[in-house]
Structures are given as C-alpha cells and as structure tokens.
Design a protein around this ligand. Structure first.
Ligand code: 7TS
Length: 412
C-alpha cells in the first residue's frame, strides 16, 4: 500500500531530527506536549525579526502596514483551515489554556447563574477543568462530568442522563491527550443545542492531527494551540461562532482593543480586535501562518490517514510485549488519534520514561495534566508516546525494542 504521505521528505524539513541525543538519534514521541517545527516556520519567524519587524495596527509607516497585513492574512488562513464562517471569528490568544480562560471570563461569567450546570468529561485536560471550577465558585453554577467506558469512549447513556435544561455549557475535548479518544462532538452539539446550551470544544489535540471543520461539527467555540501544530509557542486560537461574537465581553482591555477613550469612558473596536488588547505575538502568528501552509500543503486528510496507519502499527508492535504492557484507550483506530498511553508491568511511568530517555526516546510520563482521568482509571500515571507526521515505522520498531529490553531487564 502506498503511504499517504512522503514521511522521509517531511523529516528533512525538521532540523532537530538530525540532532544527536546522548550520542545517538533522537526519537521524538512527545508531539502531544509540543510538536517539532519545520524549517519553513523557523525561517518565517527569523525573516520577520531580521528584515520585516514592526508592531501591528499602530503605524502608518510601511513596515507596520506590511506586518499588519501579514498578521491579518494569517487570521484568514486559520479561518479557512477550520472552515470558519469569517476571519472575524478568529481571536489570537496565547494558547488553548488562554483561549479557554478567555471564554470562561468573557462568556461563561456573564451567562451562568446558581443552579445552572457546566458539563465536562472525566478525561479533560486541567486547562478545560480549572477555569470551570473558578466559574463555578464565582457564579454558583455546578459542574457535572460525563464518565467514560472501559475503552475510554464517551458513555452515551451518561450523556443522555447528564444533559438537561440546566446545562448551559458543555466543554469537551475533541481528542483526549492521554487516551487519544476522538469524541463525537457533533452528537454532543446536537444534544446541547436541543436544550438551548452551547458547546465549547478543546481542539488542542485534534486540530493538529485531523481535518476539523467547525461548521460540520456544529459547534459554538473551539480552542487550540499553535505549538502543537508545527507552529511556535505562545500563540493560540479561540474560534467563536459569529452568533456569539457580540455576547462576549473582553476580559483583557487596553491598547489595540478600543476605538476611542475619554477620561471616563471607552468604545471598543469590533471583534476580533476588541479581544486582542496589547501587542500580540506577531512573530508567533506569522509562524503559525507558515505552519498552516505546511499542513495545508500536505493535506489534513493525509495527515490523519498517515497517523491512523502509524497508530495501528504502533499498537500492533507494542502488543507484542504481551503481558508486560498495558495499553489504554480505544481499540478501534477510527476512535482514536496517535496518542498511546501505556504502562510496563508495575513500573512507575517516570522510571520507564527515564530509561527510554537513555535510548534517545522522548516520551511524556506521569498524569499529563489529567489527574481526574488517572483517578478514574485508578492508576498513578502512564507513559505516553504521541505521534505526528514526521514519525516513521522505524522509530516505532526502535521504541518496541527499547521497551522489550526494559521489560526483560526489570523484574515485575
Ligand atoms: N487541552 C488539551 C487536550 C491539551 O492536550 C493541552 C496541552 C491543553 C489543553 C493546554 O494547551 P496549552 O497549549 O495551553 O498548554 N497538553 C499537553 C500535554 O498533553 N502534554 O503537555 C501539554
């Protein structure tokens, strides 16, 4: 079968993959924490600081005008990437965490009342739990959780039980950062809309790895991060469906967000600029634009298809460890992304991670900012190998060999 993308060509674009780690090759399996950056993104940022640098939305001079127009072009690019209705719906933030906090303070705080409910799942990242806990304590709204099945899927009965007229907000991950579970957010969107609530989707792990079309998903808000999709750190996106743009009140105010200020009053700019007070991460946004170009060129369908093949291969290879390994998350490839959490025997995940580091294999260990999920699974932590379009089968073979050696060398 023809591979869905030319991985060896792609690898050439990632300079860090040529670096030696502990004298050997680097096997980077930690893209769920942050992805590596292609040379196209690095060069875009370098060029900006070297030859094109200026602030945006502030000057009549040429460099500022050019920077502004490029910055706004990226907004358009990102809007197209997720099939938003218009670029005004794209708000640049500092990351998913920032986007979710922004929504909590700009939207939830305005609409929630005592007796209302916020619905989450037990597999959320802390960034999609803590802002809601804060909102709960500030408004008197209650948090409810949808449980998962043993396979790490959303429990449909739970969904039916937990969504009611009281549910004003459902905030769910599109892809679990531990189990890899892909959540059917469209189904949840339909259910919550029936009772007049809204759906917020944490796309930190989905947007980089699969086509995400906000119109098809029928969702209201989407948060994601640039640094997990080949872009730089410090830049994120909050997509707000146009129907809601007027209902959000900015929670960061200052320069760049207002049309007019007197000693007593101010008039806000229209969205999205009213939500982007202060000098934004301009270089970051331009770098994000280059990342989107890169992903578009390959095609998100191809990215997803390739990762499905590689995930399938990884699960098969890791299963060869038999009783020595416990793998978490959905069995069905169509239900999951390239995030594979596992444990080796009874070993502490941090020990396995450190031993893998000795082989030049980068994975994440512990609870992955998802403590409630680990409590639900009744485990202390997991080792997590997470894949992206630059990983190949050879690296998975290397991981499997390393884990085999670790499992053999250690007594249970
Ligand atoms: N939501 C999910 C599902 C995530 O995986 C992460 C980051 C965030 C939100 C927060 O994103 P940030 O860009 O604001 O930090 N997840 C991880 C991870 O799994 N390992 O390191 C960071």
């Amino acid at each position: 079968m023809m591979p869905s993308l030319k991985v060896e060509e792609i690898r050439e674009d990632f300079p860090i993959l040529k670096k030696k780690i502990r004298g050997g090759r680097l096997i980077y399996l930690d893209s769920a924490a942050s992805s590596l950056k292609p040379i196209q993104v690095i060069e875009t940022i370098r060029e900006f600081y070297l030859n094109e640098y200026s602030n945006v939305h502030r000057g009549v001079h040429l460099l500022s005008q050019q920077a502004t127009s490029r910055y706004e072009d990226v907004r358009e690019k990102v809007a197209k990437f997720i099939n938003a209705y218009s670029p005004e719906e794209i708000i640049f933030t500092y990351g998913t965490t920032d986007s979710l906090n922004m929504l909590a303070y700009s939207y939830a705080l305005r609409i929630l009342k005592p007796g209302d409910e916020i619905l989450l799942t037990v597999m959320e990242h802390h960034s999609n739990i803590l802002p809601w806990m804060m909102m709960s304590s500030m408004t008197g709204a209650k948090i409810n959780y949808i449980d998962i099945t043993n396979d790490g899927l959303i429990n449909r009965n739970e969904l039916d039980e937990k969504i009611s007229e009281k549910t004003k907000i459902v905030s769910v991950t599109h892809m679990s950062n531990v189990l890899g579970t892909i959540v059917d957010v469209r189904n949840i969107a339909r259910r919550i809309h029936e009772v007049g609530g809204v759906i917020i989707v944490d796309g930190a792990q989905s947007v980089p790895h699969m086509p995400v079309n906000v119109r098809e998903l029928e969702i209201d808000f989407l948060a994601f991060s640039g640094h997990k999709m080949l872009g730089p750190t410090g830049v994120g996106i909050l997509w707000v469906k146009r129907d809601f743009l007027g209902e959000l009140s900015p929670f960061r105010l200052g320069g760049g967000a207002i049309r007019e200020v007197t000693l007593r009053d101010f008039v806000l700019l229209d969205p999205p600029h009213r939500f982007e007070a202060g000098t934004p991460h301009i270089a970051g946004v331009l770098g994000l634009g280059a990342a989107v170009d890169y992903l578009e060129r390959i095609g998100m369908d191809n990215v997803r298809k390739y990762e499905e093949e590689l995930t399938d291969y990884t699960l098969k290879r890791l299963s060869e460890l038999g009783d020595a390994i416990t793998i978490y998350g959905p069995n069905n490839i169509s239900d999951r992304g390239g995030i594979i959490a596992f444990n080796i025997k009874e070993l502490d995940s941090n020990i396995v991670g450190s031993l893998l580091d000795g082989y030049g294999v980068a994975v994440r260990t512990g609870k992955h900012c998802a403590h409630p999920l680990h409590q639900r699974l009744n485990i202390e932590g997991t080792v997590r190998a997470s894949l992206y379009l630059y990983n190949n089968k050879e690296e998975i073979d290397y991981l499997t060999t390393a884990l085999n050696e670790i499992a053999t060398a250690t007594k249970a």
